[in-house]
Design a binder for this molecule. Structure first.
Ligand SMILES: Cc1cc2nc3c(=O)[nH]c(=O)nc-3n(C[C@H](O)[C@H](O)[C@H](O)COP(=O)(O)OP(=O)(O)OC[C@H]3O[C@@H](n4cnc5c(N)ncnc54)[C@H](O)[C@@H]3O)c2cc1C
Length: 354
């Protein structure tokens, strides 16, 4: 049995926000695949819950007039993988979502839950980071001066829904935009503020157009296993397909929260597509990642994975973009068998939130 306090059910964003304001201690539950585990393990025993399962406006994927892709926070992994817009514009996200847990978890787990749990191993997080995703949050306010801290970082966009009244007719629903990278505040901590819910993830057209990518998840087995390391690489090639016009490398479990390798990206922007470039990019990310020991894998194994997975994801992304890597041997091109790793017998000690 689950030891749950009260359950409040929302059917609109406005209702969800009002419930958040009225019951600040209550925990949002979407698919429940994280929350209910915590209820059962005792971490959230007796907690009051705000269910957003009935907020249909948060479900699904659409494209705005300017080409921005909008992925509702309540969209399940299996929906994301099957969605035609995801398949045609940001295929890698569909592939990453398909690597989560097993079919049951993919049917109930949501992209909102996967990013709001603040966990570094979240399978969609690194791919969303490699697409420069922006988080949209909705919060209630009675103060016309509310401006939401990070909105300017995402272009200063702040929209008000003048129609939203809620329990208190003076209340407004304010939308706040935060780049996904800034949304992570620390292990298990995100920038969802009191009175807010995450409503969607937005991917601007310039973040995906002409970009090709690949996500690799290394786990100790193929299903029902969180990532030991996850790596997502996006590239945009020059017209002659010989140079890296844009490079984005994102990791899960390479640090306390999902992260980008910005220094490496900057250093190799414009680089020629050669085997040496691929090798150097793999080595370069090692100065940016900070994995740790856990019972799943020691730090040095994770560092090894960060290097080799970057190289392999890069090769596959380039191949998808129609490019060729000069001097690359045939057996180096494409994802290798990561289960081949027989090194690193010294598994580390501490575990924590991965
Ligand atoms: C057996 C099993 C296997 C799993 N395997 C994987 C895996 O391989 N890869 C992986 O990444 N994850 C895995 N998970 C973890 C989990 O399924 C995902 O993190 C999932 O995305 C959580 O989504 P949810 O809708 O179920 O979230 P919930 O459990 O409902 O919520 C998760 C957290 O997010 C908050 N939240 C949810 N939605 C919102 C919102 N819209 N606004 C604000 N806060 C919100 C909740 O309050 C809670 O803190 C696994 C879980 C289980 C039980």
């Amino acid at each position: 049995m689950y030891d749950i306090g009260k359950i409040y059910e929302a059917h609109t964003v406005e209702e969800a926000v009002n419930l958040r304001l009225e019951h600040p201690e209550a925990v949002i539950i979407a698919g429940g695949s994280d929350v209910l585990i915590k209820v059962r393990s005792g971490k959230l025993a007796g907690a009051d819950l705000i269910s957003i399962q009935g907020v249909d406006e948060l479900r699904g994927v659409h494209m705005e007039k300017d080409g921005t892709l909008v992925i509702g926070s309540l969209t399940s992994f299996s929906h994301i993988t099957a969605d035609p817009l995801i398949g045609s514009c940001i295929r890698v996200l569909g592939e990453a979502a398909d690597k989560v847990g097993g079919p049951q978890i993919r049917a109930v787990g949501t992209v909102g839950g996967n990013t709001c749990n603040g966990v570094t191993s979240a399978d969609t997080a690194s791919t969303l980071l490699a697409y420069d995703a922006i988080v949209e949050l909705a919060g209630g306010t009675e103060d016309e001066g509310r401006t939401g801290g990070n909105a300017e970082n995402a272009g200063g966009q702040m929209a008000r829904n003048p129609g939203a009244g809620g329990a208190d007719s003076q209340r407004r629903i304010a939308r706040r935009l935060v780049p996904l990278e800034k949304f992570y505040l620390g292990p298990g901590r995100t920038d969802v503020r009191p009175g807010e819910i995450q409503t969607c993830l937005r991917i601007p057209v310039e973040s995906y157009e002409n970009h090709y990518g690949f996500y690799i998840k290394f786990g100790m087995r193929n299903a029902m296993e969180i990532a030991t390391v996850g790596c997502s690489v996006n590239v945009k090639l020059s017209e002659d397909k010989k140079y890296l016009d844009d490079l984005r490398i994102a990791f899960g479990v390479a640090g306390p929260v999902p992260m980008r390798a910005h220094e490496t990206e900057k250093k190799f922007k414009g680089a020629a597509l050669t085997a040496q470039t691929v090798t150097e990019i793999g080595s370069s990310v090692l100065s940016e990642v900070h994995p740790r020991d856990s019972w799943r894998a020691p730090k040095n194994m994770r560092r090894h994975l960060c290097r080799t997975m970057t190289q392999d994801a890069l090769c596959e992304a380039v191949r998808r973009a129609g490019g060729m890597i000069a001097g690359m041997k045939a057996d180096q091109d494409g994802a290798r068998d990561f289960m081949d790793i027989t090194l690193f017998p010294d598994a580390g000690a501490a575990d924590g939130q991965e």
